[in-house]
Design a protein around this ligand. Structure first.
Ligand SMILES: NC(=O)C1=CN([C@@H]2O[C@H](COP(=O)(O)OP(=O)(O)OC[C@H]3O[C@@H](n4cnc5c(N)ncnc54)[C@H](OP(=O)(O)O)[C@@H]3O)[C@@H](O)[C@H]2O)C=CC1
Ligand SMILES: O=C(O)C1=N[C@H](C(=O)O)C[C@H](O)C1
Length: 269
């Protein structure tokens, strides 16, 4: 069996490290390249240096060098990084697994356009648990559509740069869709001062940042006389890395198309 030849973008980052470690332990995967951005102190070093090991793969900023032997690029970086990698991958038929969050509408449209030229899995959270939680939320929202106020609460480590998390926004979208609402119209991202009473059709978001929290998400359905909370808590980033590898396996026989973790995990209705 030929291994999946996978390059990692953001090779010096939190997700980059766990992805490299996971690939080196996975029999059907091979580390085929490693990228980091121009000026990064990691450039030129072996991608497994942080493990005290040698992978034989040097970290490159040049996409032609870093992606020379790769069929797949797993990208957990920043929107501007992912979009630069996207153009190269679309041009050269390299399949992408995109975990980066914080894209604007134009960024999402660029990913959809690139998926006409190469196959892409794009998901704000690649853990199995979160994607099953999204299904539970869809069901709960439909059953609790009247008389329950909906608030999404998320907590992450002090280094996270985007808010609310991509997962929290996805939860909001799934709930809004289930209720026939448009999240753009009903999301409330901040409250301060005299806010007036809560609009019953709103979906609220609250963001906590601190310490080394890997990623906690809770959706609160607050009714009269009862509250329902649906929570997911990540205690290790390895679950995201395993999800990203499942996504690569899923893409192996796809030439083009935009997919999400529902497709990868066969969770579509
Ligand atoms: N979908 C999912 O399941 C998950 C998604 N994420 C998302 O993944 C992303 C990365 O998270 P995390 O690993 O914690 O972040 P880190 O900051 O630890 O790592 C980001 C990496 O990307 C590099 N980078 C930053 N900007 C650019 C750029 N313009 N071009 C190329 N590379 C760049 C960084 O380099 P440098 O250090 O030099 O800045 C670093 O190596 C975030 O958007 C996060 O929300 C995270 C976990 C799970
Ligand atoms: O930045 C992180 O760490 C995470 N980001 C993703 C998000 O924004 O939802 C996924 C996970 O929550 C960890």
């Amino acid at each position: 069996m030929n291994p999946l030849n996978i390059a990692i973008a953001g090779a010096g980052g939190r997700m980059g490290h766990i992805l490299i470690e996971t690939i080196l332990q996975t029999p059907d995967a091979r580390l085929a390249g490693a990228l980091d951005r121009d000026g990064s102190p990691t450039l030129g070093a072996d991608a497994a240096t942080f493990l005290g090991q040698k992978s034989g793969v040097a970290i490159e900023a040049d996409l032609a060098k870093g992606l020379a032997g790769a069929q797949f690029l797993i990208d957990f970086t920043r929107p501007e990084g992912t979009l630069a990698h996207l153009a190269y991958c679309a041009e050269h038929g390299i399949k992408m697994i995109i975990g980066t969050t914080g894209f604007d509408e134009a960024g999402k449209a660029a990913i959809a356009a690139a998926a006409k030229k190469t196959a892409i899995v794009f998901a704000p959270n690649m853990s199995v648990g979160v994607n099953v939680t999204l299904k539970l939320l869809q069901q709960a929202a439909k059953a609790l559509s009247v008389g329950y106020d909906i608030e999404v609460i998320e907590a992450h480590h002090r280094h996270k740069v985007d808010a609310p998390s991509g997962t929290a926004l996805k939860m909001g979208e799934v709930i809004a869709d289930a209720l026939g609402r448009d999240l753009k119209e009903c999301a409330v991202y901040a409250r301060e001062g005299v806010t007036g009473e809560r609009d019953p059709s709103s979906i609220g978001f609250a963001t906590i940042r601190g310490g080394d929290i890997v990623g906690d998400h809770t959706v609160l359905f607050a009714g009269t006389g009862e509250r329902i909370e649906i929570s997911h808590k990540s205690s290790s980033r390895v679950t995201y890395a395993h999800g990203a590898l499942r996504a690569a396996r899923f893409l192996a026989d796809k030439a083009t198309g935009l997919y999400d973790m529902n497709d990868v995990l066969s969770l579509n209705d």
